[in-house]
Design a binder for this molecule. Structure first.
Ligand SMILES: [Zn+2]
Length: 526
């Protein structure tokens, strides 16, 4: 007697091979059998005639760190077929965190991970993962440990070189998090305090993670005018630390850099030929999304959240000068223009009207310059502002998507009334637009990029493939109708065509409707 039997489907096993006609049976959370299973007895039976049956999608870049506790049903992700999320991205995991650092860190992350009002009961990575398991979740969760978080615990937000003793403490914190199940270390080299880390410091900590079979997931120091140099930096880290590198949300930002993606991918191929295990991930949209205070130069973040808020009010002239004159940082508004930067989320009802508007529009309404409007809004909201920034070219997106090294991520920010649509519909956009409508890549390759490629990279040993013994995380979708139906104006719509989703052999989505089940588990083993 099986727990779940999915019959008559076109099974794409996640390897990239073409589909085979088969039934799939699950028992005790694992895949028990794949093949012609006839009328095998099962608790639950799904008829998948004419449908694709594939492994649950693995979101290798998620910002659900806090929302998985606040809203454990993870509707945004599971209704688009993601059954596993990797959190702790961009150098900014929510653990480990000391009690003294909690309030400031919470504020710093509020424009990214949101601030959904869950109590931060944890200190260590293990505590955090325990809290996720205790709350129950519809999806599986695993986490990187952020290099910025590690640094925060030892040096705070200060921009300086660590002492030998501090370096040793950071190594120890990294090792502890790895022993407690972190998948590797993440860096966000545009985000303080991760941004203050030198190559030497990162290499030291990556060596520790590498010894635990972890990987280095990196948001590069620059994705626009200095992207080539930034790639060299992360390749050097990979080489010196002997650690696999995953360049997260690989892209080319800013019109004057469009078209560079092909040459940059060739550079990565040469690095691989030289033995650096580098791959990339991507979201399929021409706009990015992060917290709005990324538009303020990093040297104003050095004393932490409160000092930054103070500076927004008292050092306005300097901030304006630095934004308009300095190009030695990832200067969003300088490269993209304020008219291309939109507010996706705020905290207060008074500023709710700003959601979905550009900084240019908000400034006009407020009768001030856009940079002033950005500073005022950030100060009023105590930094809890999310942004969406347009500046990528769809031709680059296609070039990157076609490349065999590229996996698909959402990088979805969940808070606010106008979140980036990628949080709700990334997978369906790939399968509907880039596969069915535009034939950019074949279906079996798209499924590989959503399943076995990201799973293998972060060492999820029983995920990403439909093979006996693997976890029974399974998606059934209609290849003829799957599509993202949302937009920047109307982002919170779940996609069409994702019909059934099982996690550990239990249906969490049935006929497109969330069942309320929470069979998700944290993943800590390697
Ligand atoms: Zn991110």
């Amino acid at each position: 007697m099986f727990d779940l039997l999915i019959k008559n489907g076109r099974v794409l096993d996640g390897s990239g091979n073409p589909w085979v006609m088969a039934d799939i049976a699950a028992k005790d959370g694992r895949i028990a059998a794949v093949g012609r299973l006839g009328d095998a007895a099962s608790e639950t039976v799904v008829d998948a005639s004419g449908r694709i049956v594939c492994p649950g999608f693995v979101d290798g870049h998620s910002h659900s760190d806090l929302y998985v506790l606040a809203a454990p049903e993870s509707r945004q992700k599971i209704l688009q077929g993601f059954t596993t999320e990797v959190v702790g991205l961009d150098g900014m995991s929510v653990a480990p965190v000391s009690d003294t650092q909690k309030p400031g860190w919470r504020k710093h992350l509020s424009g990214l991970a949101g601030n959904p009002g869950v109590p931060w009961t944890w200190n260590s990575m293990g505590d955090y993962l325990d809290a996720v398991d205790a709350g129950g979740a519809s999806v599986n969760i695993c986490s990187y440990v952020g290099l910025g978080t590690i640094r925060l615990n030892v040096i705070g937000m200060e921009d300086r070189v660590p002492t030998a003793g501090e370096m040793e403490r950071m190594r120890r914190l990294t090792a502890e998090a790895m022993e407690q199940g972190a998948r590797g270390v993440s860096a966000g080299l545009i985000y303080p305090p991760s941004q203050y880390q030198s190559i030497e410091e990162i290499v030291e900590l990556c060596r520790v993670a590498g010894r635990h079979d972890g990987i280095f997931d990196v948001h590069m120091r620059n994705e626009s005018d200095r992207i080539a140099a930034s790639i060299e930096e992360v390749l050097e880290i990979g080489r010196r630390a002997d650690i696999p590198v995953l360049i997260t949300h690989f892209k080319v930002r800013g019109k004057r850099n469009w078209g560079l993606s092909g040459a940059l991918l060739e550079r990565l191929e040469r690095a691989r030929a030289d033995g650096v295990d580098v791959t990339v991930s991507q979201y399929p949209y021409t706009a990015g999304s992060t917290f709005l205070h990324a538009v303020i130069p990093p040297w104003y973040h050095r004393q932490g959240a409160e000092a930054l808020i103070e500076a927004l009010r008292t050092r306005r002239a300097e901030i304006k000068r630095d934004i308009s004159e300095r190009r030695d940082w990832e200067n969003f508004s300088g490269i993209l223009g304020w008219e291309n930067i939109y507010v996706s989320s705020v905290n207060s009802d008074a500023n709710r009207w700003c959601e979905g508007k550009s900084l240019f529009q908000i400034a006009t309404q407020r009768g001030m310059e856009p940079v002033d409007a950005a500073c005022e809004l950030l100060a009023e909201e105590q930094l809890a502002v999310g942004m969406i920034a347009f500046g990528l070219d769809d031709a680059d997106i296609r070039t990157i998507l076609r490349h065999p090294l590229t996996s698909v991520i959402t990088d979805g920010l969940l808070s606010g009334g106008k979140p980036h649509p990628r949080a709700y519909a990334t997978s369906a956009r790939i399968l509907g637009r880039y596969v069915r409508e535009d034939a950019v890549i074949p279906l079996e390759d798209a499924v590989r990029k959503l399943t076995s490629l990201p799973a293998a990279k972060v060492r999820l040993r029983r995920k990403g493939l439909l093979l006996p013994g693997f976890d029974a995380d399974i998606v059934v979708f209609d290849p003829a109708t799957v599509l993202d139906t949302n937009s920047y104006e109307d982002p919170m719509r779940h996609p069409a065509g994702i019909e059934h989703v099982a996690v550990g052999g239990m249906l969490v989505v049935k006929n497109g409707v969330h069942t309320g089940a929470t069979p998700g588990r944290t993943i800590r083993d390697r």
